[in-house]
Structures are given as structure tokens and as C-alpha cells.
Design a protein around this ligand. Structure first.
Ligand SMILES: [Fe+2]
Ligand SMILES: [Fe+2]
Length: 180
């Protein structure tokens, strides 16, 4: 059983023009260590993202016999992170919530697809899994940080320094992503 290339593309966020859906060493990023640069400033999002990054690495590092169990655990953690963010969007008047929710659905679908693949063809499933750190960084910079800014603005409407800090982080993340 092979991983559907269209689902692999879901894990490229945002896709670069040179990527055609295949996997190569430039597009796979195996490890992304937690750093203050990844913090959104929203405590519950940051706690979920730390767990998510740990689960991503545990899945990538898993041997073939435990790969399916790790993917199932990762799916639960991912679904929880998404549900928390969507609850935050529900509380806000959040203009790009449809895009953000759609990105969550696509990521969950891709990982759900990898679950049966992992049993029959672990190497095939790993093609997708190795893209997860890069997907996480792309999703964080493009969607989660702007959501965090909206949460921050609602809670503390006059906290300009914090907003500026988030914008600065966003710009650094985007630069980092371009250099990967
Ligand atoms: Fe998130
Ligand atoms: Fe998100």
C-alpha cells in the first residue's frame, strides 16, 4: 500500500513552487527542537504544541512494530490541538477560521491515511511522517501565530509590545522556513 502523493502534499505548508509532490532531502526536515521562537504566547496553544512536537518525534523515531501505535497517539494529540484552536476561533470573530479549519481537516486526513499504510508499508508511511516537522513549522507560522495574535488582542487590546513580538517571530519563522 502506497501513500497517496496528494496527501503527502498536504504536509507541505506552504508548498514551494519547485515541489511537485515528491519527497526529497530538501523537503523532509526530520527534527525541529522546541525553542522560545515557537511560542505563540497563548499558554494552552504552547502546551499543546510542545506535546505535538514530542509526539511527532516519537513517531518518526518509532520502529516498524510500534509505528501504527505512535501514529494513533499522534492523531489524538493533533486532534486535541486542533479542537482547542477551533474552540478559540469559536470564541472570537475570526475572519480566516474556514481556511484554518480546512488546513486542520487536511492534516488529519493525511495522517489517518498513513495509519493503515504503516502496517503494510512502514517505509511508505515514513515518507509522510518525515514531513511533519516542516508541516508543523509552516502551519504554526501561517495559521497558529495569527490566531494567537487575535487571542492576544481580544484579551489585552492595548498590548502592542506583545503583538510586535509575535509579528517578529512570524517573520523569523518564515525566513527560517525559506532557508530549510
Ligand atoms: Fe496548532
Ligand atoms: Fe492550527
Amino acid at each position: 500500500m502506497q501513500v497517496n502523493p496528494q496527501l503527502i502534499c498536504v504536509m507541505d505548508s506552504p508548498p514551494s513552487p519547485s515541489e511537485t509532490g515528491g519527497i526529497d532531502k530538501e523537503t523532509a526536515m526530520q527534527r525541529l527542537e522546541w525553542s522560545p521562537l515557537l511560542e505563540t504566547g497563548v499558554a494552552e496553544m504552547d502546551a499543546s504544541h510542545r506535546s505535538l512536537l514530542q509526539a511527532i518525534h516519537a513517531t518518526i523515531d518509532a520502529d516498524d512494530s510500534s509505528l501504527s501505535i505512535r501514529i494513533a497517539e499522534l492523531l489524538n494529540i493533533l486532534a486535541l490541538d486542533f479542537a482547542e484552536e477551533e474552540a478559540l476561533m469559536d470564541q472570537l470573530y475570526y475572519p480566516t477560521d474556514h481556511e484554518h479549519r480546512a488546513a486542520h481537516r487536511r492534516a488529519l486526513a493525511a495522517l489517518q491515511h498513513a495509519l493503515p499504510v504503516a502496517q503494510e508499508n512502514p517505509a511508505g508511511a515514513r515518507i509522510l511522517l518525515e514531513r511533519l516537522p516542516r508541516w508543523f513549522l509552516g502551519h504554526l507560522s501561517a495559521m497558529d501565530l495569527p490566531l494567537a495574535v487575535a487571542v492576544e488582542n481580544t484579551s489585552h487590546p492595548h498590548s502592542q509590545p506583545s503583538r510586535a513580538k509575535l509579528r517578529q517571530q512570524l517573520s523569523q519563522l518564515l525566513q527560517e522556513q525559506r532557508s530549510i
